[in-house]
Ligand binder design. Structure first.
Ligand code: HEM
Length: 117
């Protein structure tokens, strides 16, 4: 079970890479107001949701306690991220503030994941 949990943590991190990579890659475009939500960002956000839910299930099945408040906060932030990226996925450019919000919420979720023990 431990190996399976670690595999899903790995997939969870690949999801972060796709979402945050799309953000970092376009930081210059963002300052010019020309960034867009590329497909990889949507797929990354979706990967986070699926792998996150699987991780909750695997941890519970393994008898490891899951911090429901922490998971609830992470889920709430991801729902906002996913909603924004999904709704605006076909727009050729999105405002800097909207694009920045997705980057900031993703970074916030990383720090919630690692600092909230
Ligand atoms: C942008 C969204 C998210 C980011 C950046 C993120 C980030 C991370 C990171 C970096 C870890 C590894 C932490 C560690 O092992 O110390 C982790 C673990 C985990 N994540 Fe996420 N996560 C996100 C969304 C979610 C969602 C939506 C769920 C649940 C529905 C979730 C559930 C979990 C669980 C269960 C673990 C393993 C146990 C734990 O450390 O709490 N994550 N996440």
């Amino acid at each position: 079970m431990d190996v399976l949990i670690h595999v899903f943590v790995g997939l969870h991190i690949i999801g972060i890479a796709a979402l945050l990579g799309g953000f970092f890659f376009q930081m210059k475009a963002m300052s010019a107001g020309e960034a867009r939500f590329v497909p990889g960002m949507l797929h990354g956000a979706f990967t986070m949701l699926v792998t996150g839910m699987v991780l909750v299930g695997l941890n519970q099945a393994d008898g490891s306690p899951v911090n429901n408040v922490k998971i609830g906060v992470k889920l709430a932030l991801l729902v906002v991220i996913l909603g924004l990226v999904y709704v605006k996925r076909d727009e050729e450019k999105v405002s800097s503030s909207l694009f920045g919000t997705v980057g900031a919420l993703t970074a916030a979720n990383i720090f919630i994941a690692v600092l909230w023990t």
